[in-house]
Design a protein around this ligand. Structure first.
Ligand code: AMP
Ligand code: GLY
Length: 408
């Protein structure tokens, strides 16, 4: 099978690492990939969001199966475009990707079909959002409806913070169209965890749980990031809690999406708050988490590729996946300054030594191999660490070297 993975972050490196190990994979491409992915796959310099070029490459190179890593191309309809071209792909259609593309859509779905989630209001003007906030009181959570690179949520401790967040999103347009509609919701108290399931339109196959750490500094300090590290499993997600999340959140959502005529296929990532009253849905994502994928893949004993194909083919009911009992943990090393305006082009040293340690796998995000002759192990991070949200590849400070090629 000729496989193309779309994306170039740590998540896609972990996916390529696992897919390259599958006996079903004859040839693996990754677009755009990165310096680490180049060890597993042939990297192709096409941006994940360049739908025309991704579809063109898949057609021209007789790709049998495409695995889409990030949410932006999913929400933009890459899987639909590939289907029109007769190419099978892992991930939801644009209509089903609304589960991540619109927070309001998810809240309405939960309200209609009874999935547990925080009480909420949905607003298209700042005045009514503010009067709702004044009535509900703080703490309260303000969310931009659309994709906002992981930054569209403000947990406001006071009413003035909540009002400032409403102004920033709606009046100042900080997130553009993504902030034209707001969800304002009740603050939930509890332990956060993430749970992942594969879905084929009808059947949901539980994967595993994970927990990420979002703040950049030691001891939970500094601004939020896409995730500075993660571990799997999440201790709060014991087998009983996993069964509840499947029965109360994942399975009813899969059924609801089918009933609504937008059957969901792909990985369903539930961001959860485990409260005293049980699991509550905070958000859905329609892709693997980053860096959560980097801890899920090493724990998966079974071959991933047939499970991804089964999701696309609608035959997950016949699948059974085996997991290692051991815990996996990842720590993100990010460029200085991340998540703000971070330093680009800095050299990463010691990767070979780190990768040689027992039980350690190094995954790359946004790196490239430096061009200096005789220094083949040099690489520079060009994007910050591992993050949930696709970031545009910043301009390289040096000319790009020829990609490293290796057949898998
Ligand atoms: P989201 O992008 O929806 O996952 O939200 C980002 C973060 O905001 C979550 O990981 C939570 O830490 C926090 N958050 C979101 N919604 C709530 C809520 N209703 N109550 C408490 N914290 C929340
Ligand atoms: N690590 C959070 C995410 O992938 O959304």
């Amino acid at each position: 099978m000729r496989v193309l993975v779309v994306g170039g972050g740590g998540r896609e490196h972990a996916l390529c690492w696992k897919i390259a190990a599958s006996p079903l994979c004859d040839k693996l491409f990754c677009a755009p990939g990165n310096a680490g992915i180049a060890r597993e796959a042939e990297c192709v310099p096409i941006a994940a969001e360049d739908l025309d070029a991704q579809v063109g490459f898949a057609k021209d190179n007789a790709i049998d199966f495409v695995v889409v890593g990030p949410e932006a191309p999913l929400v933009a309809g890459l899987v639909d475009r590939l289907a029109d071209a007769g190419i099978k792909a892992f991930g939801p259609s644009a209509a089903a990707a609304m589960l991540e593309g619109s927070k309001g859509f998810v809240k309405d779905l939960c309200a209609k079909y009874g999935m547990p989630t925080a009480d909420f209001g949905r607003f298209v003007d700042a005045r009514s959002a503010k009067s709702f906030v004044r009535e509900a009181g703080a703490p309260i959570v303000i969310k931009a409806d659309g994709l906002a690179a992981g930054k569209g949520v403000v947990v406001a401790a006071t009413l003035s913070e909540a009002e400032a967040a409403i102004d920033a999103m709606m009046v100042e347009g900080r997130f553009g169209a993504a902030g034209a509609t707001l969800v304002v919701e009740e603050f939930l108290d509890g332990e956060e965890a993430s749970f992942f399931a594969l879905v084929d339109g009808e059947t949901a196959l539980p994967l595993a749980s994970a927990q990420d750490h979002k703040r950049v500094g030691e001891g939970e300090t500094g601004p939020n990031t896409g995730g500075m590290g993660a571990y799997s499993p999440a201790p709060v997600m014991n087998p009983g809690m996993e069964a509840r999340v499947m029965a109360e959140i994942i399975e009813p959502t899969v059924k609801a999406m089918k009933t609504e005529g937008q059957p969901y296929k792909g990985v369903l990532y539930a961001g959860l708050m485990i409260t005293e009253d049980g699991p509550q849905l905070i958000e859905f994502n329609v892709r693997f988490g980053d860096p959560e994928c980097q801890v899920l893949m090493p724990r998966l004993k079974s071959d991933l590729l047939p499970a991804l194909v089964a999701s696309a083919d609608g035959v997950l009911a016949n699948m059974d996946l085996r997991w290692r009992d051991e815990t996996a943990m990842t720590v993100v090393l990010a460029a200085r300054g991340y998540p703000g305006a971070y330093q680009k082009g800095s050299e990463i040293r010691g990767l070979a030594a780190a990768g040689a340690l027992e039980g350690v796998t190094v995954f790359h995000a946004g790196t490239r191999v430096g061009p200096r002759p005789g220094r083949t192990t040099r690489s520079w991070p060009t994007a910050a660490g591992c993050s949930a949200s696709p970031r545009p590849r910043p301009a390289s400070p040096r000319p790009a070297p020829a990609p490293t090629r290796r057949s898998s």
